[in-house]
Design a protein around this ligand. Structure first.
Ligand code: HEC
Ligand code: HEC
Length: 142
């Protein structure tokens, strides 16, 4: 059973092949929902829904009390609003890895980015440090 699941995951990974996905993600729709912009942009740039699949967003939004080392809890009705937006606009990702910066396409596209550049950005998750229009959904090659 485990092996079968693993095999399926490998096949799925092959399907979400890097070139296709990276091209699709070069520009992604900007976030238009003001609640999402405000609440999910309070500590970092609000990440666009297209970067992860709906089930991954659901996992993140289902445990905001333990959010990458922070308590990002919100009232249930606010979470419901945010969840509806992320689910409706989600992209694809394999279940399991919660971070955008852990996805295989992300790692491949950033494999050539130097250590000093990441150090200057402070965190891989600080998209705006390198993509100056990231909050508008714009991630062009430089
Ligand atoms: C209280 C602060 C806070 C709030 C509010 C918050 N986050 Fe985060 N979030 C963090 C921290 C801290 C990290 C880890 C950042 C890092 O690794 O540099 C993070 C990381 C993430 C990541 C992973 C980034 C990566 O590495 O790919 C996602 C996705 C994410 N947050 C989504 C959300 C969503 C959706 C919301 C709105 C419900 C939200 N966050 C609200 C603090 C917050
Ligand atoms: C330290 C700098 C840095 C950070 C931080 C960073 N990126 Fe990038 N990103 C780059 C560079 C440089 C490229 C171009 C890579 C190349 O030339 O192949 C790139 C490429 C991309 C691409 C592909 C664009 C294309 O046209 O193919 C996407 C999408 C992307 N980044 C998204 C993100 C997201 C989302 C985040 C934050 C979670 C992020 N990046 C954080 C430097 C960064």
């Amino acid at each position: 059973m485990r092996l079968t699941r693993f095999a399926l995951a490998v096949m799925a990974a092959a399907l979400f092949s890097a070139p296709v996905l990276a091209e699709q993600l070069n520009t992604v729709p900007a976030i238009t929902n003001p609640v999402v912009k405000k609440e999910c942009g309070a500590c970092h740039m609000a990440y666009q829904p297209k970067f992860l699949g709906a089930s991954t967003w659901d996992k993140i939004l289902g445990d905001l009390g333990h959010h990458f080392g922070e308590d990002a809890s919100l009232p249930a009705d606010t979470v419901a609003t945010i969840k509806a937006y992320y689910d409706a606009n989600a992209g694809d990702s394999l279940p399991g890895l919660l971070r955008i910066t852990q996805q295989s396409w992300w790692l491949r596209r950033h494999g050539g980015v130097g250590h000093t550049r990441f150090a200057a950005a402070k965190s891989k998750a600080n998209c705006l440090a390198c993509h100056k229009n990231a909050d508008k959904g714009d991630y062009p090659l430089d």
